[in-house]
Design a protein around this ligand. Structure first.
Ligand code: GLY
Length: 254
């Protein structure tokens, strides 16, 4: 059984952090409708939804992925790189305490869960604006006892590692090579995003199915041509806040 922690879209999402995007109006009502459809899709794929209460004063709080890294044996609560996001972690920690033993990234460490890509027993961590070497060392100290490797990955031009690379099947990654050094992923099959869809590398793998944004049809075709099953969701309002399909949930075995 899988659980998916999610959180209702904040009414203040229009004040979200933006790093690479120009601010556009976000329709909160539409964002909430899209978010409900996203949750329904996760539930259809076998996730029990654990929705956290709305955080009206935390604009980015729908992006729960950034607040924790959860593996089978433990959960590490993040200290997000953006100061405006740090208060998001407390309520996620409270919820995760019911499922896992908790560890915490502490100052001077910073890390966003969006920078952590788990592939089997390896946690790849993107080092750019949100996650720093101190955070990476703390993560390593917590997970190494359970035989997880932690690999630092060079990236540029995007917000999070998972903006640039995600897993879409066992042994297969979807990548935007302009943003990430793929030499870290030697031996894995790499599927490139379509040239016109630079934001298309963020996909959410649940079981054998990829949850994927409607906005990137060419890249979606590349996945389907390789026999990967894709279900499409419209997350266009969350995309204006620089969030994707992985960002809106924390999914783990229960
Ligand atoms: N708006 C998402 C983030 O910057 O973390």
């Amino acid at each position: 059984m899988l659980a998916a922690i999610t959180r209702e879209v904040s009414p203040s999402i229009a004040k979200c952090e933006l790093t690479h995007l120009v601010r556009e109006a976000i329709d909160v009502r539409n964002a909430r409708l899209q978010h409900r459809q996203y949750e329904r899709c996760l539930a259809d794929l076998g996730c029990r939804i654990h929705r956290l209460p709305v955080e009206a004063s935390l604009p980015d709080s729908v992006f729960v992925e950034d607040t924790a890294v959860v593996v089978n044996e433990l959960a590490v609560i993040m200290r997000p790189g953006a100061e405006s996001r740090r208060a998001e972690a407390a309520s996620v920690a409270e919820a995760l305490a019911g499922y896992r033993q908790l560890y915490h990234i502490e100052s001077p460490g910073t890390m966003d869960g969006g920078d952590v890509l788990r592939v089997g027993k390896v946690l790849y961590v993107g080092l750019l604006s949100r996650s720093n070497p101190a955070g990476i060392e703390q993560l390593r100290s917590y997970v190494s006892a359970y035989d997880y490797g932690v690999e630092m990955v060079e990236m540029e031009g995007c917000l999070h590692l998972k903006s640039a690379v995600t897993q879409v099947r066992r042994g297969t990654l979807l990548v935007n090579r302009a943003w990430v050094d793929v030499s870290a992923f030697e031996g894995m099959e790499l599927v490139d995003v379509a040239p016109s869809e630079s934001m298309g590398a963020n996909a959410l793998l649940i079981g054998e199915t990829v949850v994927y944004p409607k906005a990137y049809p060419e890249t979606r075709r590349r996945l389907e041509e390789r026999g990967i099953e894709v279900v499409v969701v419209d997350v266009s309002e969350m995309a204006k806040a620089e969030g994707g399909v992985t960002c809106c949930s924390l999914i783990f075995d229960v």
